[in-house]
Design a protein around this ligand. Sequence first.
Ligand code: 5RP
Length: 222
Amino acid sequence: MTQDEMKQAVAQAAVDYIQPKLSSDSVVGVGTGSTANFFIDALAKVKHLFDGAVASSEATAERLKAHGITVYDLNEANVLDVYVDGADEFDGHLNLVKGGGGALTREKIVAAVAKEFVCIVDASKKVDVLGDFPLPIEVIPMARSYVAREIVKLEGMPVYREGFVTDNGNEILDVHHLDIVNPKELERTLNNVVGVVTCGLFANRGANIVLMGTERGVETIK
Ligand code: 5RP
């Protein structure tokens, strides 16, 4: 099985998982990235079963609309029963690193609103300790150097993601060499640095369930 086939299988498993929870007024939160794209394509096949979606990025909004799925602004949606999104890493406590695609802030907002966060990954994303994948941090452009210096004090090595602007008009620092043994605390510490919009740690609001595509099929981790 290729990595894309695993992503496709897990995307279909996510649709199967949420389908019984959908009703004609349901609005589904939808993440960003290649696994989320497979999910959107699978979700489109059951679009008659729900009202619409809230997107975590402009790219996701475009893909949903291209499938004829109504996209709502988050402020218009009172309740989001479920949010489905990928991740760059996850650990045994369902803490996540996200933001490889740069959509971390909107992803974190939609995840915060949703009652349930279903994370869809292939097996390569599973780790014992988070931090091999450089941790993305969205920063206000004028604060980039200051935030970088503060991160060095925390023993991380920030790398500016050159030429990349987020959907919110901000920049990304990818932080290498962090050994994330206490993800909840590090998430709070990083989010408290002035100029940080948010970091890509999803620990204080991690996933409720991870569906992981493997060679043997889709595994559920709760
Ligand atoms: C985007 C994300 C993605 O969920 C993450 O990068 C995983 O992407 P992919 O499914 O392409 O591996 O956080 O900001």
